[in-house]
Design a binder for this molecule. Structure first.
Ligand SMILES: [Zn+2]
Length: 344
């Protein structure tokens, strides 16, 4: 490390993000707008109060905040606003050019938004965000694992029968403990047969066996988190050999206690084993982080200089499911930025 802060370099670096949740990206500013629309929800709309409400305390508090936001997204217009404003913050705040946003349509549909209206709202926001902010968005629909097979059936139906061209992946989130992967094997088979990429969360709160199951039973191409892969050298070798990518979310892992201390984070173990890693923010405002901050954390863990950080940004573009022309364009932007930063 040069000792010079990488913060300005990271802030200006064009980036792609692959593991970031739709509702989990709602900032206090966005929640304040939603809360003003639905005063009966009991969520403060005053920005100062909301910042207090958002101050991360522990995992239980994170769930409270998350559910409060879920409860504020009641109409298609709420969804459109949430999606468009999240995109604004990604582009303006984190210099993102591309993001795969993990959406959980099931939780909206059970709250009364029809899937047709859901799709229309997020698509409308996606097109506007690309036009207004130059941010290309793609969707990953994830099964809320805690809701079991009925939620998986429904999510698959939304993905196959109400598909938009912007849907690129099929995921699985929620708690891992008590939610065996095998029950979703058929859903992933059918999603993959329809051309969707398999991107389940695994090994965040459980051991390497969950990652193996996700590889073998769900056909995972990327793994959300994968923290416990570090415990299994054979698994690391397999991930490296097959090119299965880990979507690493350092700050989230500390917040949820998947990892005790940042010094103990296995990011370097992954890289040393030859596994492709990408850096992500997961639910940034709720974990008091940002993608830029997670890049700084990763740079610290890996002792990276500017060109190493640019390499991380390239990995995310390469591991994305973006159209080839978008990948080429962002890759070129990263290269040009890295070169111009070197000249300064
Ligand atoms: Zn996640």
């Amino acid at each position: 490390m040069s000792g010079v802060s990488l913060q300005p370099f990271i802030a200006g670096l064009p980036k792609a993000e692959l593991h970031v949740h739709h509702v989990g990206s709602a900032s206090p500013r966005i929640v304040s707008e939603l809360a003003a629309r639905h005063p009966d929800a009991g969520v403060p709309s005053d920005l100062g109060d909301l910042k207090q409400f958002f101050t991360f305390r522990d995992f239980a508090h994170f769930i409270d905040v998350y559910l409060a936001v879920v409860d504020l997204v009641r109409t298609p217009e709420d969804l459109r606003l949430l999606t468009y404003e999240v995109a604004r913050e990604m582009a303006e705040g984190q210099n993102l050019r591309y993001a795969e946003l993990t959406c959980t349509p099931y939780t909206s549909v059970v709250r009364g938004i029809a899937i047709e209206a859901y799709t229309e709202a997020i698509e409308d926001a996606r097109i506007a965000a690309e036009r207004d902010f130059g941010l290309v968005l793609r969707w990953i629909y994830d099964i809320p694992g805690e809701s079991g097979v009925p939620a998986a059936d429904a999510t698959l139906e939304y993905a196959l029968r109400h598909r938009t061209d912007a849907l690129v992946g099929f995921g699985l989130g929620g708690p891992e403990i008590g939610v065996p992967r095998a029950q979703f094997a058929e859903h992933f088979d059918r999603a993959r047969a329809a051309g969707l990429h398999s991107v389940p969360h695994a090994g965040e709160t459980t051991g390497p066996e969950t990652i193996w199951e996700s590889v073998h039973l769900l056909g995972a191409e990327r793994i959300g988190h994968g923290v416990s892969a570090a415990q299994d050298p054979e698994l690391l070798a397999h991930l490296a050999e097959t090119g299965i990518v880990l979507e690493v979310c350092p700050t989230s892992n500390i917040a949820t206690r998947a990892v005790d201390r940042i010094e103990d984070h296995p990011l370097r173990t992954f890289v040393d084993a030859g596994v492709t890693v990408t850096i992500n923010s997961d639910d940034p405002p709720m974990f008091a982080t940002s993608l830029n901050h997670d890049y700084e954390v990763a740079a610290g863990l890996l002792d990276l200089d500017e060109s190493g950080v640019a390499e991380l940004a390239r990995s995310a573009v390469d591991a994305s499911f973006a159209p080839d022309d978008v990948k080429a364009r962002i890759g070129a932007e990263i290269d040009a930025y890295a070169v111009s930063a070197r000249r300064v």
